[in-house]
Ligand binder design. Structure first.
Ligand SMILES: [Zn+2]
Length: 154
């Protein structure tokens, strides 16, 4: 059994429960209204092209939306010392001021399979843990697992 397989087994047994809600859909026409090469949400486009003819993407850049909720497991910490072992000084300076709003994930699995944080559309993914909502702001790979840094939304 590889390190990663062992780690996945531990996560499935003892990890904390998190739900990940990912919004997917079709690209909203507002996204390319300003510059066809740079996709960016445009509130102005929606003002000029109001509903009901044009669905409002509400800043997500997606219309005809579908929410997919996945139950995942992860080990979590918000201990500054532990975070400092894995993160850059620059990031730690940012975190220092409001570290209570950050959570670090050590690995992420769904139904016994690695849940890949690196391919997530971060802007449209919400992590919910103990009724608080977070977004993923950073992720990278270790030998055994992926590290993810979550920041609590308002
Ligand atoms: Zn839009």
């Amino acid at each position: 059994m590889t390190h990663e397989e062992q780690y996945i087994r531990r996560l499935m047994n003892k990890g904390y429960d998190i739900s990940v809600t990912v919004i997917t859909g079709d690209k909203c026409p507002c996204m390319t209204s300003r510059d066809s090469t740079v996709s960016e949400y445009s509130a102005v486009w929606h003002e000029l092209n109001p509903a009901p003819d044009n669905e409002h993407c509400n800043g997500t850049g997606l219309i005809n939306q579908t929410n997919t909720v996945t139950s995942v497991k992860s080990f979590l910490t918000n201990e500054l010392e532990t975070m400092a072992t894995y993160l850059s000084k620059q990031l730690m300076t940012e975190i220092g001021e409001k570290h209570n709003r950050y959570l670090m994930m050590f690995g992420c699995v769904a139904a016994g399979v690695k849940f890949d944080l690196s391919i997530l559309d971060r802007k449209n993914a919400t992590f919910t843990y103990k009724s608080k909502n977070y977004r993923l702001i950073h992720s990278f790979d270790l030998d055994c697992c992926q590290i993810g840094l979550l920041f609590q939304k308002d």
